[in-house]
Design a protein around this ligand. Structure first.
Ligand SMILES: [Fe+2]
Length: 193
């Protein structure tokens, strides 16, 4: 079962920018008492969100390029769905990103894959040893599981409730990804990984 995206796709650039600017205000002093309460500090939270955008893109690239290698229809479709959802996850983090160093989300997402990411390195390893669907699904399960944990940890660390909520929503969606891939794995190989 595929969950619905938890945040509606933005209607237009203006409302999107407004939303980003509101979040920036939140960071940059409109609610100072809340800012001070942030366990991580503003700069750390900004960096964490930027890293999260990157991680979601890394996951998207893994599924996008992995899908091209999948021979089995169902697994390929799952990877294609997940690539699209990772794009939405990245967008949800971009919406709350207060930095101004990523002027275009589209451009950021269209950039070549980050060759330093665990997702990408894992995929390259698989490609070097004759792409194996079973291993690709196992890798996806492993990565989604680790990602869910780190998103929940981050949600617990960030005191700003709006930002924490985005992390929790992504963690839930990431858990659904894990289950989706596990279902494919069971359907194809008849057992749990
Ligand atoms: Fe994700």
């Amino acid at each position: 079962m595929v969950e619905k995206p938890f945040l509606k796709t933005r209607k237009n650039e203006t409302s999107f920018l407004k939303c980003v600017m509101n979040m920036a205000d939140l960071f940059l002093g409109k609610i100072p008492e809340q800012r001070e309460a942030d366990t991580m500090g503003i700069i750390d939270v900004q960096k964490a969100i930027k890293d999260s955008i990157q991680t979601e893109k890394d996951a998207m690239d893994f599924y996008k390029y992995g899908a091209e290698r999948m021979m089995e229809d169902k697994a390929r479709q799952t990877f294609e769905i997940l690539a699209r959802e990772e794009y939405q996850h990245a967008e949800s983090f971009y919406r709350i990103y207060p930095g101004d160093d990523i002027p275009s989300f589209q451009e950021f997402m269209n950039a070549p894959p980050n060759t330093e990411s665990d997702w990408w390195k894992g995929l390259q390893n698989l490609l070097m040893q004759d792409f194996d669907e079973r291993k690709a699904l196992e890798l996806a399960i492993e990565q989604e599981d680790a990602l869910e944990k780190s998103l929940r940890e981050m949600a617990a660390k960030i005191d700003n409730p709006e930002i924490s909520k985005v992390y929790l929503a992504n963690a839930t969606s990431t858990h659904n990804h894990l289950e989706l891939v596990e279902d494919d794995y069971k359907a194809m190989f008849g057992m749990s990984s």
